[in-house]
Design a binder for this molecule. Structure first.
Ligand code: GRF
Length: 221
């Protein structure tokens, strides 16, 4: 499956998707990276991996949508992956890619949508935080949930420490969720994602222990 990755900055989740190619059986490849900022560090990651990349300025939401859409389609993209893309997307663009666009968010949605999710989790005093990969709908950080990973909140955590713990989980979760979509194992039913071949032991690995998520990455056999 050909991916188009939209970024605005650091691009560590982009890097996780790039690194997933180390497994020759990984069922997705990045066809194009689009950044709305010319200074996004993620652009250097794309260049280092010899992945075509473009900067599309986001002065106007509609103009960005038209140009990004044209570039994604020209690159033969089948699934758009938002990876730290920090601008609101045009509703028409979101609808055009409905069920073919995913996002990663640093909270256990539907808790803490929007900006500063990790800080707000700390303020709320939650015991567990985490990250979510979901299909994108027009309202920010909503849409059918594909996969989540849980991390504990430790006593004395500050925003930096919690964010780093969540980010480590993000880097495991995003390639896993994209794999599920690319393998055609996800079906949206009544606004929820059903996953073919999702076995109980795999599901248990998502419980709030600190067990690694690696077993989830294997194809059911
Ligand atoms: C991640 O925390 C992601 O969940 C959020 O924005 C951040 C992007 O980080 N949407 P990076 O650019 O992938 O390093």
């Amino acid at each position: 499956m050909r991916l188009g990755v939209l970024i605005s900055g650091r691009g560590s989740n982009l890097q996780a998707l790039i690194d997933a190619r180390a497994d020759p059986a990984y069922p997705a490849e990045i066809a194009i990276v689009i950044s709305n900022r010319a200074d996004a560090a993620g652009l250097a990651r794309a260049a280092a991996a010899h992945i075509p990349a473009a900067t599309v300025a986001h002065r106007d939401r509609g103009e960005f949508a038209a140009e990004a859409d044209a570039r994604l389609r020209a690159a033969g993209v089948e699934l758009v992956c938002l990876a730290g893309f920090m601008r609101l997307l045009d509703t028409g663009f979101v609808e055009a890619w409905r069920d073919h666009m995913v996002n990663i968010h640093p909270s256990l949605l539907p808790a803490f949508p929007g900006l500063d999710a990790q800080r707000r989790a700390l303020v709320a005093g939650v015991r567990f935080a985490g990250c979510t990969v979901h299909f994108v709908r027009p309202q920010v950080d909503t849409g059918p949930i594909i996969a989540q990973a849980v991390v504990p909140v430790h006593p004395g955590d500050d925003e930096e420490r919690l964010s780093a713990r969540i980010l480590t989980a993000e880097h495991r979760l995003y390639p896993l969720a994209v794999r599920l979509v690319a393998e055609g194992r996800t079906r949206i039913m009544d606004g929820k994602v059903e996953i073919d071949g999702w076995r109980a032991p795999e599901f248990a690995a998502l419980n709030p222990s600190e067990r690694p998520l690696d077993p989830l990455v294997s194809t059911p056999g």
